[in-house]
Design a protein around this ligand. Structure first.
Ligand SMILES: O=C(c1ccccc1)c1ccc(O)c(O)c1[N+](=O)[O-]
Ligand SMILES: [Mg+2]
Length: 212
């Protein structure tokens, strides 16, 4: 059984079906007490919550679904009218996320896409009826953060004021991304220091507002 399957089983046995907060609490308890997992987690998650509440996005993209933790975390704060798309490269992780999201009762609120983000970003307008995103959460492979934010720019998926949040700026680190958003002149970017998930190590989120 994979770690991700163990997390899902723990959630199914310890959380309440249809209760997103209980799902998040169960994943976090497992992450702190049993096995570390690469969810944004409860500490950085509070910062992400604040950004979502401040932005109140109607259309949002996540790159890196993993087990669905951040998708659940975000969508639990959005109105039913909001459109949330999440992209996962790994089909095994996507399958776990699909069950996790269904257990949380949010399967009708989240559009899951199993694909390489480089392939799907150029398709989002036509295939998924997207104009531009109000908010983007980047949390997939750190070495493709820059590639993908540039793809979002060139495919006209960002608009003046789009809020782009990126995880793991310090740990494992995304230095090229941080340098890009801070120096390219297209974003007003701020770093928000926090802790690495389920750890006392340092990490943080970068919040970058597209200037249009
Ligand atoms: O890259 C890793 C990683 C690298 C090595 C071993 C385990 C995980 C990672 C670590 C923490 C994260 O929050 C995260 O989003 C990721 N990720 O893969 O996207
Ligand atoms: Mg992460």
């Amino acid at each position: 059984m994979s770690k991700e399957q163990r997390v899902l089983r723990y959630v199914q046995q310890n959380a309440s079906r249809g209760d997103p907060d209980s799902v998040l609490a169960a994943v976090d308890k497992f992450g702190w007490e049993t096995e570390w997992a690469m969810n944004v987690g409860d500490v950085k998650g509070l910062i992400l919550d604040r950004f979502v509440k401040e932005t109140a996005p109607q259309t949002m993209l996540e790159l890196g679904t993993y087990m669905g933790y951040s998708a659940i975390r975000v969508v639990r704060l959005l109105p039913e009218t909001a459109k949330f798309l999440t992209v996962e490269f790994n089909p095994e992780n996507a399958a776990i996320a699909n069950e996790m999201i269904a257990f949380a009762g949010l399967q009708n609120r989240i559009i899951q896409i199993t694909s390489d983000s480089a392939d799907v970003i150029p398709q989002l307008k036509k295939k998924y009826d997207v104009d531009t995103f109000d908010m983007v959460f980047i949390d997939h492979w750190k070495d493709v953060y820059v590639r993908d934010i540039k793809l979002l720019e060139t495919n006209n998926l960002l608009r003046k004021g789009t809020v782009v949040v990126a995880d793991n700026i310090i740990n494992p680190g995304a230095p090229e991304y941080a340098d890009y958003v801070r120096t390219c002149g297209k974003y007003d970017s701020t770093f928000h220091e926090s802790n690495f998930e389920y750890s006392d190590d340092i990490d943080g989120l970068e919040k970058s507002v597209y200037r249009g």
